[in-house]
Design a protein around this ligand. Structure first.
Ligand code: CA2
Length: 144
């Protein structure tokens, strides 16, 4: 099972800021991933929260039953040492995904405190970043 964890404000994608995030919604992202996962024979558990502690709880839960994690921590990316510590406690591969290219945006978004504890990072490729992360994790799970 692969956990897909999305952080704050990702639940309102498609409502505003289409110039940055496109008009895709979180539901669209989840539907894309579900279709891709079915072809790969993977099961996905989706979780979204606007609350730091709930995201940490979801990561702790993943420790028990996930083979891999895809996480877009939203703005927590830039300052949450608590989410970073939670990810440090898991042994399964984790890929950090961002819809936008955080390096091409405001200075405060250029740094991720999460990236150093992830296997890989995909940013700037929009919704397809999640599918690419899924394909990569599927290969790691099956082939090491
Ligand atoms: O590019 C990404 O995926 C981000 O993680 C998205 C976060 C942002 O805080 C990160 O710096 C980069 C924001 C998620 C969605 O925010 C919205 C804001 C207004 C309207 C709709 C969504």
């Amino acid at each position: 099972m692969i956990y897909v964890i999305n952080g704050p404000n990702l639940n309102i994608l498609g409502v505003r800021e289409p110039n940055i995030y496109g008009d895709i919604t979180l539901k669209d992202i989840e539907e894309n991933l579900t279709a891709a996962a079915r072809e790969l024979g993977q099961i996905i558990y989706f979780f979204q929260s606007n609350h730091e502690g709930e995201i940490i709880d979801a990561i702790h839960k993943a420790r028990e039953n996930a083979d891999a994690i895809i996480i877009n921590p939203g703005a927590f990316t830039h300052y949450s040492y608590a989410i970073r510590d939670a990810l440090m406690s898991v042994t399964m591969p984790t890929i950090e995904v961002h819809l936008s290219n955080i390096h091409a945006r405001e200075e405060f978004r250029n740094n991720s405190v999460i990236s150093p504890v992830c296997k890989g990072v995909i940013c700037g490729l929009g919704a397809s970043g999640y599918v690419l992360a899924l394909m990569s994790l599927n290969s790691i799970i099956k082939n090491g």
